[in-house]
Design a protein around this ligand. Structure first.
Ligand code: BES
Ligand code: MN
Ligand code: ZN
Length: 498
């Protein structure tokens, strides 16, 4: 979708459809919607008084104005109550409209910015939200459909603002929205790709390709280099598979290449069978998205590079396939991690924390100002929070607050969970320094505690995205499938560190 901006009057736009909005309970529309109503000879007021349109969030109506307005159709969208307006609602309403436009076969759509009038939102943020909702809401994963009919007619979206003093903000917000959405869509594509095509080496190739397009530095460790580095936990997970592991490092220098970086760490299990502690076959197909943390890391790095953020950020991904081959890791095995800590394997299905152990040790070398790992780590986190929020665990309250604020702003909610001394006790081993499972109670928290054991003296946050990286039913701007969760949160987090 091509995104344009325009300073002028929405009524003069020559588009296949133009968009105006209405808050719930408003009987006399004002602003652009009021002007539209006048041009329609009270047509919008009639819709309201007749009870056909209440302005409820995501409600839509389509009007055909005739010659009084430059465009063929008008799409009216409800924003809900005025005092309840949030960026989340702007994204939702924009997505609803964009999907409606696709249904109508609209190719060129013009829209006002939702919420910048009576809603009190800033132009830049609203422009970003409108673009995000439109791109993310109309996303489809159709790479494997051979008929190429994806139901997408919408080609061009023009954001129209009347006040020319807002032009710079409009352009900046639209550009950011596009870049951040494209990073999210990249993450969605990766998460939705099947395990036979998205192997660890294919994931590394995609990361490398993205890096060369955006000017990021990229280093890929192959299985030989992984062995040399002593990344035994990554080798251990990969050894039951014919697919070799990869370790991916992406670097964005920002404006101070010598500064201490923000490090993003992604779990990149391209398929998780459980290994010898094999999973049940029902629903196992979903485990192709067990690289959702890696997808978020790669998508966020793309967006951070394209936005040219002045912060040094390094993304690392530990990629492996968890299979029960004849050389596979076994329960009871003891593995020596890169930092020297020994790990008793209780379940080969707790593989994510294993690959993250060495990834976190690698991250420590980079002397992070903050490190955030993202991982589809535990079914227990899905039980605790459902698909509504990611689990957030951290050794640093200030960092946890920053991450959860970024989650609130982006709608990618991160809900803090505790790691208590008792949780750490549950992963003590009789024979090694630590064991990789702590049993059913507090499963998300013992998962976090395990990773924490490899974290040295730096602020660290862990996002368990097992429930949020994939959804089974559509949301306004998140179609079912891979969600790309984490990309928008991470980019917002980094932008707020500038
Ligand atoms: N990838 C899974 C976790 C998962 C479950 C992600 C459901 C998305 C949806 C992870 O590797 C795993 O198998 N975790 C185990 C840990 C247990 C063995 C301690 C789990 O949650 O059962
Ligand atoms: Mn597993
Ligand atoms: Zn897993």
């Amino acid at each position: 979708m091509v995104i344009n901006t325009h300073i002028g009057n929405i009524l003069d736009q020559d588009q296949d459809a133009i968009v105006v909005n209405l808050f719930e309970g408003v009987e006399m529309p004002s602003g652009a919607t009021g002007a539209m109503d006048s041009a329609l000879d009270g047509g919008i007021r009639k819709l309201i008084s007749g009870g056909d349109f209440k302005g409820k969030l995501n409600q839509t109506a389509v009007l055909y104005p005739g010659d009084t307005v430059g465009s063929q159709r008008i799409i009216l969208v409800g924003l809900g109550e005025q005092d309840a307006l949030t960026m989340e609602r702007v994204r939702q309403a924009s997505a609803t409209v964009a999907k409606k436009a696709n249904d109508l076969g609209v190719r060129r759509l013009g829209t006002i910015l939702h919420g910048t009038g009576a809603g009190g939102l800033e132009t830049e943020g609203a422009a970003q939200g409108v673009v995000e909702g439109s791109i993310l809401g109309t996303y489809v994963f159709s790479d494997y459909k051979t008929d190429h009919v994806d139901g997408q007619s919408l080609e061009e979206l023009t954001l129209v603002e009347f006040d020319d003093s807002r032009q710079k903000d409009l352009e900046r917000g639209a550009e950011a929205g596009r870049i951040i959405s494209e990073g999210t869509c990249l993450a969605r594509d990766l998460a939705s790709m099947p395990g036979n095509d998205l192997t660890p080496s294919a994931l590394a190739d995609r990361a490398q390709q993205m890096a060369s397009q955006t000017g990021l530095k990229c280093e890929i460790f192959d299985e030989g280099r992984i062995a040399e580095e002593g990344m035994r936990t990554i080798e251990a997970v990969a050894q039951g598979s014919a697919q070799p592991p990869r370790f991916i490092v992406l670097e964005h220098e920002g404006d101070r290449p010598d500064s201490t970086p923000v490090v993003i760490i992604g779990k990149g299990i391209t398929f998780d069978t459980g290994g010898i502690s094999i999973k049940g076959s029902d629903g196992m197909w979903d485990m192709k998205f067990d690289m959702g943390g890696a997808a978020a890391t790669i998508g966020a790095m793309q967006a951070i590079a394209r936005l040219g953020l002045p912060v040094r950020v390094i993304g690392v991904v530990a990629a492996a396939e968890n299979m029960p081959g004849s050389r596979a890791l076994k329960p009871g095995d003891i593995v020596k991690s890169m930092c020297g800590k020994t790990i008793e394997i209780r379940s080969t299905d707790a593989e994510g924390r294993l690959v993250l152990a060495d990834a976190v040790t690698y991250a420590a070398r980079l002397k992070p100002t903050a490190a955030i790992d993202l991982a589809t780590l535990t079914g227990a986190c899905v039980t605790a929070l459902g698909h509504e929020a990611s689990g957030l665990m951290s050794n640093d309250d200030a960092l946890a607050d920053e991450v959860s604020a970024a989650g609130d702003r982006t709608g990618e909610i991160a809900w803090r969970l505790p790691i208590l001394e008792g949780h750490r006790d549950l992963i003590k081993s009789d024979v090694a320094d630590i064991k990789n499972t702590g049993g059913r109670p507090g499963g998300a928290l013992t998962g976090g505690a395990f990773i924490e054991a490899f974290v040295q003296e730096f602020p660290w946050a862990h996002l368990d995205i097992a429930g949020t990286a994939w959804i089974g039913s559509d949301r306004p701007y998140i179609p079912k499938g891979g969600t790309g969760v984490g990309v928008r949160l991470l980019v917002d987090f980094v932008r707020n560190r500038t």
